[in-house]
Design a protein around this ligand. Structure first.
Ligand code: HEC
Length: 218
């Protein structure tokens, strides 16, 4: 009976949850030699693999839900990228290539970060560092890599989501001025929440707000 009640309440909990859980281990100071899961790998996978209609939800493609650390971890053999499905599919040809065409393939720099993360043990790390940085928040140093990791999977190419392209400096400035990019980070003032699966880390949101306040330096 106890067991029945436990599974019943679990079921209720699950059905009340609309968004996939965002990993949230205690932040540790960033080590520049370590690829961070929460700030780098997770957003890259959300933006390129776990978008609606692909690897998320009750009936994910191939039965593979990549919206949680556990789901991602299942496709990885720590220490061994060449035996990890998550990594292998990035190099396949034809229908087996992920993300499937016409979506853009990951860049070789992104593939290399995934490879290194697996080599380093595929851990659920969460480091907080960028926000403590005193260096200038410029587009090229801070904003472009953040958008690449968190947004570009949906916001580039011939048919970007919401008609909003974020592939260049000019397009990003335009999205701030004309498409409510800052409000979208918290889903406020009538803008859709971006990324749709849940807000970026508080650190990333603060950096983007700081960049806009300081006049969007290139
Ligand atoms: C998984 C796909 C996906 C990701 C990742 C994503 N977006 Fe979007 N975005 C959408 C969709 C779909 C819409 C259209 C939503 C709507 O109109 O309801 C949209 C709309 C927008 C809009 C217009 C919002 C509005 O209400 O007019 C902005 C600005 C935007 N996105 C910025 C971003 C930024 C910045 C990021 C990264 C931090 C991001 N998006 C990540 C899919 C995505």
């Amino acid at each position: 009976m106890k067991k029945f009640i436990a599974s019943l309440s679990l079921g209720l909990l699950a059905s009340c949850t609309h968004l996939p859980p965002v990993p949230d281990p205690e932040p540790q100071p960033c080590d520049p030699g370590i690829v961070d899961f929460t700030n780098e790998i997770y957003p890259m996978i959300q933006s390129n693999c776990a978008m609606s209609g692909c690897h998320v939800g009750p009936y994910p493609a191939d039965g593979l839900d990549l919206s949680t650390y556990a789901g991602i971890r299942d496709e990885v053999k720590p220490g061994n990228p060449n035996d990890s499905k998550l990594y292998e599919v990035l190099f396949e040809t034809g229908d087996d290539l992920m993300p499937p065409p016409p979506m853009a393939a990951l860049s070789s720099a992104q593939k290399e970060r995934i490879r290194l993360w697996i080599v380093q043990g595929a851990k659920e790390t969460n480091c907080a560092g960028a926000c403590d940085s005193t260096s200038a928040t410029t587009y090229s140093a801070v904003i472009a890599p953040m958008i690449q990791a968190n947004c570009l999977g949906c916001h580039q190419g011939a048919a970007p989501s919401g008609g909003v392209s974020l592939g260049t400096y000019a397009q990003t400035v335009n999205a701030v001025n004309a498409s409510g990019l800052v409000d979208a980070l918290s889903g406020s003032n009538g803008r859709a929440q971006m990324p749709p699966a849940g807000a970026m880390s508080a650190c990333n949101v603060a950096l983007l707000q700081r960049w806009v306040r300081s006049g969007m330096p290139q």
